[in-house]
Design a protein around this ligand. Sequence first.
Ligand SMILES: [Mg+2]
Length: 119
Amino acid sequence: MKILVVDDSSTMRRIITNSLKTMGQETVVEAGDGIEGLAQLKANADVGLILTDWNMPNMNGLEFLTKVRETNKDVPIVMITTEAEKQNVVTAIKAGANNYIVKPFTPDVLQEKLNPFIV
Ligand SMILES: [Mg+2]
């Protein structure tokens, strides 16, 4: 299953990608903001799960999520927020996010949150 990881922090992308590999998910594509995320989706129509950060330059996670949902209602999207942004979760769910993860998180939490969407 191909997973798209969108985060402006390359360190965070590496942490997430490594956790996904531990979970047996080796096929990961990355993007540094929402604009790159949309481009990656266009180039990889077989993406089956999206993890996106909220706070990013150029196009943030909510804008990205909203844009994706204009054309794709099906692909599961899991939002990554910080503790401080937790109030944004309701907004994200209303905009079509399937779930959310609060930073910082352990690999176990990541696995638990993503398991329902991994086939
Ligand atoms: Mg960020």
